[in-house]
Design a protein around this ligand. Structure first.
Ligand code: NAD
Ligand code: ZN
Ligand code: ZN
Length: 346
């Protein structure tokens, strides 16, 4: 089959031919209908050899959806032909976070060598993929795989982040979304669906700010060193109740720290290496700062239910498998609006 692989440190991803995978006991073989392209892959492909945590070659893609093509021995609960989305942050399934469905925080994954698809295990940007266990599958139940596949990360990750701040996002509150790309444009829609907060979106690109307005941002602000001041003005000096930073680089974490309100939340989702100093006087009183990773299985189900209710419209740009390397180039240069989705089987 064809697969898109990162093969050597610093090289661009390539379309290659690899052996057709076969499901072992307990595993499921998916014919991939759709696979999302995440900016995290670009970060992964920029890591130097001494920091690189996975084996190469690596088939990319940690957002996957497809049709079940074969079931390994002992698999029950799904049938060949079912249309499913893949919960990506695989864990051991039995430690205490895993038992609660929070496999994103599995305490044993490292020790057991368990990796998410596309982030260590063979990923979704291929004609077929192996899913380790049926507990990682969610039925699509009528949802379109192409428009839904980004919800497994670009939806689930902001959903998990936003959910933690919901008690504070009461009428009169303000939520700031920094970076309105794949994750950010879904975050705006989640905020609009889940709470009455006023949403202010920040980006460096006018196209992205336009998309932010289209999907429900009340205000848009150009992301520069004046952005924090602009958010303060828009909130009559009070600042933002919650700031969700989907860039996470030094200039944006500084903006987050500069515009958060007392008792507010700063959530750093982007992996751009920025930090926020915490300590008495470093931030307004009683600000919470957190940096979450992905989300739980139950939260993925909730996001899919929100999509079924019509609350989320992911903007997708679709590509054939052969064009996946080009999709990565476009994402790298900021030219994807919404999420790039690869369709490996047409
Ligand atoms: P993306 O490329 O689709 O979107 C990034 C957006 O940020 C773009 O719209 C870009 O124009 C904008 N941007 C760039 N610099 C900016 C700045 N200085 N100020 C404001 N906006 C700026 O990326 P994505 O796939 O949505 O991923 C977003 C980030 O989230 C990445 O860092 C990714 O690695 C990370 N991520 C983290 C998790 C997690 O679990 N913590 C999960 C998925 C992705
Ligand atoms: Zn991702
Ligand atoms: Zn576990």
């Amino acid at each position: 089959m064809k697969a898109v692989q990162y093969r050597s440190i610093g090289a661009a991803p390539e379309v290659v031919s690899v052996a057709d995978p076969e499901p072992g006991p307990g595993q499921v073989l998916l014919e991939v209908s759709a696979a999302g392209v995440c900016h995290s892959d670009i970060a992964v492909m920029s890591w130097p050899a001494e920091q690189f945590p996975y084996r190469l070659p690596l088939t990319l893609g940690h957002e996957g959806a497809g049709t079940i093509a074969a079931l390994g021995d002992g698999v029950a609960g799904f049938e060949v032909g079912d249309s499913v989305a893949v919960y990506g942050p695989w864990g051991c399934g039995t430690c205490w976070p895993c038992e609660g469905g929070r496999e994103n925080y599995c305490v044993r994954a490292g020790e057991l060598g368990i990796f998410p698809p596309g982030l260590g295990a063979p990923g979704a940007i291929a004609e077929y993929m192996i899913v380790d266990d049926v507990r990682h599958l969610e039925s699509l139940d009528g949802l379109d795989p192409v428009r839904t596949v980004p919800l497994t990360d670009a939806g689930l990750t902001p959903y998990h982040a936003i959910k933690k701040s919901l008690p504070k996002l009461v009428p009169g509150s303000t939520a700031v979304v920094i970076g309105t790309g794949g994750l950010g444009h879904v975050a705006i829609q989640l905020l609009r669906a889940l709470c009455p907060a006023r949403v202010i979106a920040l980006d460096v690109s006018e196209d992205k700010l336009e998309l932010a307005r289209t999907v429900g941002a009340h205000e848009t602000v150009r992301s520069d060193d004046k952005a924090a001041g602009r958010v303060k003005e828009l909130t009559e000096g009070r600042g933002a109740t919650a700031v969700f930073d989907f860039v996470g680089a030094a200039p944006t974490t500084a903006t987050a720290a500069g515009c958060v309100a007392m008792e507010g939340d700063i959530t750093i989702v982007g992996i751009g290496g920025g930090t926020v100093p915490v300590g008495f006087g470093a931030l307004p009183f009683e600000v919470n700062v957190t940096a979450p990773y992905w989300g739980s299985r139950g939260e993925l189900r909730e996001v899919l239910d929100l999509a079924r209710a019509g609350a989320i419209d992911v903007h997708v740009e679709t590509f054939a498998l052969d064009d996946a390397p080009h999709a990565y180039e476009l994402l790298h240069s900021g030219k994807i609006n919404g999420r790039a989705v690869i369709r490996p089987n047409g």
